[in-house]
Design a protein around this ligand. Structure first.
Ligand code: ZN
Length: 285
């Protein structure tokens, strides 16, 4: 009994000292990495039919629906979860129960399960970051409030201000009690330049995109909602409300970043991109 208690205490110490290096019983050990790994997680599908809201016609898009991925970065110094998708509570529920405006939510797997497939639990995640606080990116926020939340003040103020969406807020309210590390500008997550949170305001005041420098794949920028459809990029279109909110400037900034770093852009909501992506438990490195 005493030994068991001592072991539990040692495990707790190890977890707090180096969360990424300790695997809970029953899970396979995490890989020993020398450079980042990037996982694409299925966090739901949004049934949509109004590309006009993004300045496009139905003929401009091959499929009006949206994928809704989450992303996990495994780095030698820790684990970052970027976005939490549609809430796991919607798995198995019919679309008509989960409509927000003109959009329906389809969820077939849980984020918790997606993570379990790669041997990760919420307790092992060092950092949580969200591209922004809309409902399709924060659905499981409460479950990751034990991680250090890399937050932007401008987005925090929207999330916990009087105009916050009550339904979305119910899914992330626990983050108010998380350990919060406020970040500004472009933030180097692990201090070696390989994982960056790029400030890209416009869609929301504290919107951000994720850059990961991968040894074999090369540089990748995960757009967040800087774009929804690829045709927005090729045709220079965007939601009308974003023309003067910062999105044009953020898009130019990302284009410059992509050129300088020889990186490619992943538009997470593009169902065409998602269909062809290597999804967890596979990965990019
Ligand atoms: Zn979105």
């Amino acid at each position: 009994m005493r030994m068991a208690a001592a072991f539990a205490g040692l495990m707790a110490m190890c977890l707090s000292a180096s969360a990424q290096s300790v695997t809970p019983p029953g899970l396979p050990p995490l890989p020993h990495l020398t450079s980042p790994r990037l996982y694409v997680l299925d966090c739901g599908t949004i049934i949509s039919h109004e590309p006009e809201r993004f300045g496009l016609s139905r003929q401009d898009v091959s499929d009006p629906d949206f994928s809704d991925p989450c992303f996990l970065v495994m780095h030698p110094k820790g684990i970052l979860l970027f976005d939490t998708g549609l809430t796991d509570a919607q798995v198995g529920r019919p679309i008509y129960e989960n409509r927000i405006g003109y959009e329906g939510q389809l969820k077939t797997t849980t984020l918790k399960g997606e993570l379990a497939n790669i041997g990760v639990t919420s307790a092992m995640i060092t950092y949580l970051a969200i591209s922004h606080s809309h409902w399709d990116h924060v659905g499981n926020g409460n479950a990751y409030a034990g991680s250090t939340w890399l937050a932007r003040k401008a987005e925090y103020d929207v999330m916990f201000g009087s105009a916050a969406n009550a339904v979305a807020k119910s899914n992330y309210a626990a983050l108010a009690h998380a350990k919060i590390q406020y970040i500004e500008g472009d933030h180097d997550v692990f201090g070696d330049g390989s994982v960056m949170l790029l400030s890209t305001p416009g869609h929301t005041p504290g919107h951000q995109s994720l850059y990961v420098k991968l040894a074999n794949t090369g540089g990748v920028v995960v757009s967040g909602d800087l774009y929804h459809y690829p045709a927005e990029r090729t045709q220079g279109k965007m939601p009308a409300r974003e023309v003067a909110s910062g999105t044009p400037e953020s898009r130019l900034k990302v284009d410059d970043f992509l050129a300088r770093t020889h990186s490619r852009l992943w538009i997470g909501h593009s169902i065409d991109w998602f269909r062809d992506a290597v999804k967890a438990p596979g990965w990019y490195d």
